[in-house]
Design a protein around this ligand. Sequence first.
Ligand code: 48F
Length: 259
Amino acid sequence: MISDVAVTRAISQRFFEKFQSSLELDTAIVGAGPAGLVAGRYLAQAGKRVALFESKLSTGGGIWGGGMLFNEIVVQSDALPVLEDFGIEYSEFESGYYTADAVHTASALAYGATSAGLTVFNTCRVEDVMFSEGRVAGVVVLWSPVTAAGLHVDPLSLSARTVLDATGHDCDITRVTVRKMGVELETETGDIMGEKCMWAESGERSVVEMTGRVFPGLYVAGMAAAAVHGGYRMGPIFGGMLVSGKKVADQILAELDSK
Ligand code: 48F
């Protein structure tokens, strides 16, 4: 016999176990696109307390639609080790260009990150950061449907030694930090520089170079790094996003392990 109440008890208890064990994190990742999921896998694999917050119901960010809803993605050779690590199947299209099915890639990234121990809170929007002693010190979260409905509800706060802005084009987390705190970022201008037009060759190279810390406690990866540092956009070639996620995980691990 199945008890409806047992189902409710199981879900609510398990959810709050997850939530309570995420109140004091080593790293809070915001955004479950390719950059955030790749970073999440490597941080979780290293044994860090890491959780990812995604405002949509599904993880995968901009992967699902490939290019213009043609659901294939292109990856260049630099990122093949990341594809292989996640067990993502790909094939060579022509020299230097590899393709993977977008649905398979999005699913495999989610599986690879969560099976390494990453906790994902979906439908959960980070609307602000905690700020303490001159650094970003955590995330302020609220269910995204609450925000969408325009309900007047206070959020909750979770502390994190490091926060990763992997929110893509919007660079939401860096933006809210600059807007509310007026801080100077570790960028060429000290401010958010804004993403440039399409130039995949430059965009793919620079998104990896631009990955890293932009303020004490705050890191950027993926398209958020391009938006913050003024990189070119690159469209549906995803190698830079994957390598950026791996690079930022290494940088965050170096900071976490140095203290
Ligand atoms: O946009 P997204 O896939 O970011 P990414 O990892 O990859 C970029 C590529 O998909 C593509 C590209 C490749 O050449 O240019 O755009 O840098 O994923 C960002 C995720 O962040 C979520 C958003 O729903 C998406 O799934 N997100 C954005 N703002 C918030 C957020 C927020 N404030 N709180 C929680 N999640």
